[in-house]
Design a protein around this ligand. Structure first.
Ligand SMILES: Nc1ncnc2c1ncn2[C@@H]1O[C@H](COP(=O)(O)OP(=O)(O)OP(=O)(O)O)[C@@H](O)[C@H]1O
Ligand SMILES: [Mg+2]
Length: 242
């Protein structure tokens, strides 16, 4: 479903992503791990056609980010952590609907979809309030709904739980499980090994732009003969991987 094929991205002299390949199956929840600056966000931006690979290609459901970006965009929803860039003068409902319009959803279908997302994310109480006064978790819910408004097959979540409290993080995990049941393919990045382990079987670990591991968490445990994921992670990044 997501095929990363020898992708590199250079910014001037800096190689942010260096010859990275991995594959995410349909219906899989796949983890992307790495320290700050490892190249996770850059990789996800290339998947979403926001950045163009310097070399290599990424295919989403067979569509190339290089030659078929419009097809790719239609099938992808992306959520970035941190400041999510909502319109503070619009309500939650209006923010979500605005994005649906950008994706060309018809008014009645859009109305239904927004309502459905509001229920799924437990946002009913604040759907018609302006986003300006929202807490971080409330804003994050709006951003998640916006990511899902066009019902994408592939969902990219870049550090989605940063800044969420325990309740919101739990809600998020249930949502991921729900999306997986719907057959969605999910790639999400995190620094939090515990969270990755709860949701994913397979992971990719990036270090300084390079891929240091791609495969199951179990196989990784066997390979390094350690149990604690934080220890494993440190070993993988200190050893530089390959
Ligand atoms: N638009 C850009 N111009 C120049 N350099 C960039 C740009 N975007 C990213 N980089 C650089 O590419 C490298 C990888 O950054 P990236 O944001 O992909 O890392 P990350 O793994 O997402 O890190 P974090 O965990 O901190 O979010 C960093 O050295 C970063 O400074
Ligand atoms: Mg990042």
């Amino acid at each position: 479903m997501i095929e990363v094929d020898r992708v590199s991205k250079r910014f001037g002299h800096l190689t942010a992503v260096d010859d990275v390949s991995f594959f995410v199956e349909k219906g899989e929840v796949y983890g992307l791990l790495g320290e700050n600056g490892a190249g996770k966000t850059t990789t996800m931006r290339m998947m979403a056609t926001i950045l163009r690979p310097t070399s290599g290609d990424i295919r989403i459901r067979g569509y190339s980010v290089l030659s078929e970006p419009v097809e790719v965009r239609r099938r992808i929803g992306i959520l970035f952590g941190g400041d999510v860039g909502l319109y503070s003068r619009l309500t939650a409902r209006e923010n979500i609907a605005y994005f649906g319009k950008l994706y060309g959803l018809a008014d009645d279908a859009l109305e239904k979809r927004v309502e459905q997302l509001g229920e799924m994310l437990h946002m009913s109480e604040f759907m018609d309030r302006r986003v300006g006064g929202f807490s971080r978790g409330m804003r994050q819910k709006v951003a998640i709904a916006r990511t899902l408004v066009h019902d994408p097959d592939v969902i990219l979540l870049d550090e989605p739980t940063t800044g969420l409290d325990v309740t919101a993080a739990n809600m998020f995990r249930r949502m991921v499980a729900h999306l997986q049941e719907e057959g969605k393919t999910i790639l999400f990045s995190s620094h939090n090994m515990g969270e990755i382990e709860r949701l994913c079987n397979r992971i990719a670990i990036m270090h300084k732009g390079r891929l240091s591991y791609a495969g199951t968490i179990d196989a990784l445990r066997d390979q390094v003969k350690m149990n604690d994921l934080d220890d494993i992670f440190m070993t993988m990044v200190e050893g530089g991987g390959r």
